[in-house]
Write a protein that binds this ligand. Structure first.
Ligand code: HEC
Length: 133
């Protein structure tokens, strides 16, 4: 008896199930879209924070003043005088502005085989005495 009633309603049942399935698919898709959106938001956040880190390793005059003491800058000057005239003349801090120093120094400190600590001090010295502008 039950079965007959069920069969009698089977189209309606099927239809209802179809609607349910559709809405389940929609919900899943919506979930996937939300997940994808969250995923790209996280990726985006990761990329922005990466950018921020990269930028902070570049020395600005303000960061140099905050992170390096006078003694560090004196060290930096000595290292610059000792290591930066091996392949070309010793470029003066005032020969270039902060931007140019930040562009050149990562390569040059590697060429000069400086440690990270030495490279930081040389960069600090040159950036804090760089040409304005
Ligand atoms: C192993 C050799 C070598 C050492 C050591 C070296 N440099 Fe250089 N430097 C070069 C060469 C080669 C160039 C030109 C080509 C280039 O940019 O790579 C150059 C270019 C430069 C320039 C660009 C000049 C311009 O007119 O654009 C600057 C500034 C500079 N070096 C600074 C430094 C400083 C500061 C140091 C010390 C931390 C240093 N260099 C150590 C080889 C060296």
């Amino acid at each position: 008896m039950n079965r007959v009633i069920y069969e009698g309603n089977s189209y309606i049942c099927l239809y209802n199930n179809w609607i349910k399935t559709q809405s389940i698919i929609k919900t899943t898709m919506r979930k996937q879209i939300i997940l994808a959106a969250m995923g790209s938001a996280i990726l985006f956040a990761a990329c922005t924070s990466k950018k921020a880190t990269t930028r902070s390793t570049e020395a600005t005059t303000g960061e140099v003043k905050k992170n390096y003491t006078e003694a560090d800058l004196a060290d930096g000057k000595a290292i610059w005088q000792g290591h930066c005239n091996k392949c070309h003349k010793l470029f003066e801090p005032t020969d270039f502005n902060v931007n140019k120093w930040n562009k050149v120094l990562p390569t040059m400190t590697k060429k000069a085989h400086l440690t990270d600590d030495e490279a930081g001090k040389v960069t600090a010295y040159l950036v804090s005495n760089a040409k304005q502008g």
